[in-house]
Design a protein around this ligand. Structure first.
Ligand SMILES: [Zn+2]
Length: 129
């Protein structure tokens, strides 16, 4: 089994996404329009974890969360449920990390966060086929 996505670039993207989450960023439920990868939103900017494509959101789009629901409806339900559990974990982990002062524990949590992001990315990749 080969894993074409697990190269250095993608691991850098995932680290970037993890650090964006730590700065108060949120995971976007909509997959990347270019590659279907996981996107992270921070300060009105959406960055794709997979291909690094960035989108600056205008005010109007930010006020319309319904657009993300539309794309979720087209994905497989079971896979979507699993992805939501992973997303919930990521959110929990990210907020726990913000309050964590012990750097050793921070490191562990960041690694776990990266793992979750990878899992989520794979799930989204499967559901977009
Ligand atoms: Zn992308």
């Amino acid at each position: 089994m080969s894993h074409p996505n697990s190269n250095d670039t993608s691991s850098m993207r995932i680290k970037g996404a993890a650090s964006a989450l730590l700065k108060g960023g949120t995971l976007v439920s909509e997959p990347c329009p270019k590659c279907g990868g996981v996107q992270v939103r921070l300060a009105g900017k959406t960055s794709c974890v997979n291909c690094g494509s960035e989108t600056i959101l205008n005010q109007e789009e930010k006020d319309k969360p319904s657009s993300s629901l539309k794309s979720l409806a087209t994905t497989d339900t079971t896979l979507q449920d699993s992805a939501m559990i992973v997303e919930k974990k990521i959110f929990e982990l990210a907020s726990a990390l913000r309050d964590e002062t012990d750097t050793a524990i921070q490191r562990q949590k960041v690694e776990l966060l990266e793992t979750y992001l990878r899992i989520l990315e794979k799930m989204r990749g499967l559901s977009s086929k």
